[in-house]
Design a protein around this ligand. Sequence first.
Ligand code: NAD
Length: 394
Amino acid sequence: METGRRMKAAVVKETSPGERRVALVPDAVAKLAPAGIDVLVESGAGDGAWLSDAAYADAGASIVSAAEIYRTADVILTVTRPGAVGELRAGQAVIGMLAPLADPEYAAALAARGVTVISLDGLPRTLSRAQPMDALTSQSNVAGYKAVLVAAGEFGRFFPLLITAAGTARPAKVLVLGTGVAGLQAIGTARRLGAVVSGYDIRPTSKDEVTSLGATFLELTSVGSAAGEGGYARELTAEERQAQQEELTGHIARQDVVITTAQVPGRKPPLLVTEDAIKAMAPGSVIVDMAASALGGNVTGSVPGQTTVTGNGVTIVGAENLAATVPTAASNAYSRNISAMLLHLTSGGALAIDTSDEIQAGVVIAHDGRVVHEGVASLLKPVEGDPGVDGTAN
Ligand code: NAD
C-alpha cells in the first residue's frame, strides 16, 4: 500500500564497552528507501567498523546528533542497547539484540515508557523465512571464526603441518566442544589453517555436520543424546554431567587447542573442561572458552575478557563479545539481518505490529505500554490480581 508516509529509522552509536559494531552499514540505506524508510545516522556511529559519516551520507542517509535521533526517530536500530532508557519516548520503537530473557526488567522499563521493543534474539530460528533475520547465527559465525584466530595467536607453535629445511612441524590438534553455529565455523576455520580437528556435541545430529567439514566426530560412550527443543540441547542431569566430564578429560589431555562453545538456552553453560582436564594438558596448550560468562563457562576458571596461564602452562582465554572484534564483517551481516527484520515489520512507511505472525510473536517484546512477549512477561514479578503481562506491573 502506497501511503506516501515515510518512517525515520535511526542508527545510534553503540555505547557498550568494546562494542565496535554498527547496526546498519551504508549499503542498506538504498535498500530501505523503497519501503518508505529514511535513514538517520548518529555522527560517528560507524567509526568502529571503519564506516565513515561520509559513506553513509553518500548512500543517502542524514548524519545527525544523538539528541536529534531521540527527538525525531520513529525506529532506533541498535546492535545491543541504545543509550539511557530515559532518552526514549512513547511511540518510538527499538530494534536490536536486547537480551530480554536475561534482563526482563529492562524490557518492562521501556514498555512503561510506551516504547515498542523488538529483539532479534527472540527470532524463531528454525523457520526458513526467518533465516535472513537470524542475527544470533550471523554473529556466532563471526565469533567462531575469531575464536580460532585468538587460539592461534596464543599458541606457540604452528597450526599446519610444515615441512621446511629447518625441520618438520606436526599439525596442531584442535578439539571443538559444542558444534552449533559457532563451533562449526571454528572447525572450518581451524581446518583451513591446517590443524587436525575433532568436534563433539551432545546433539547426535551434529555428527554429519562435523564430518562434512573434514573433522572427526568424538563419540562419548558414557552419555547419550541430549537433543532438546527447537534444535537446541537440553541440560544434562548431574550424573550425565559428571560422566561426560570424566570421559572428556582423557580426550582433552591429548589436544593442543580446545575451543568450547556449549550453551543451553536459559541455563548456565555446562562445565566441560574441569580442573583435572586442564592439569592433564601439556604446557603450551590453549583453551578458548566462548561460553565464558558471569555465571561461569565451559572451562573451570575462565573469566570473560581475561586471559590466564595456569601453573602447568595452559593458557585459558575467556572470550568476550568476539563478534565485536571483527567489526566490519559482523556489522555487514548484522545490517542484512536487521534490514530484513525492519522490512518484514514495515507496511506503508510505518511499523505494522501483528503478533499473530510467528516471527513477530518471537521478536516483539513490548508494545502499547505492555510486555507482550509471554516468555519475558512470565519472568516479571506478577502483582496481585495481575497475570503479569503488564510492563508497568512492577
Ligand atoms: P547454542 O549456542 O545454544 O549452543 C552451542 C552448542 O552447544 C549446541 O550445538 C549445543 O548442542 C551444544 N551443547 C550444549 N550442551 C552441551 C554439552 N553438555 N556438551 C556438548 N555440547 C553441548 O547453539 P546454536 O549454535 O545457537 O545452535 C543450536 C541449534 O540451532 C543447532 O542445532 C543449529 O543447527 C540450530 N540452528 C538452526 C537454524 C536453522 O534452522 N535455520 C539456525 C540457527 C541454528
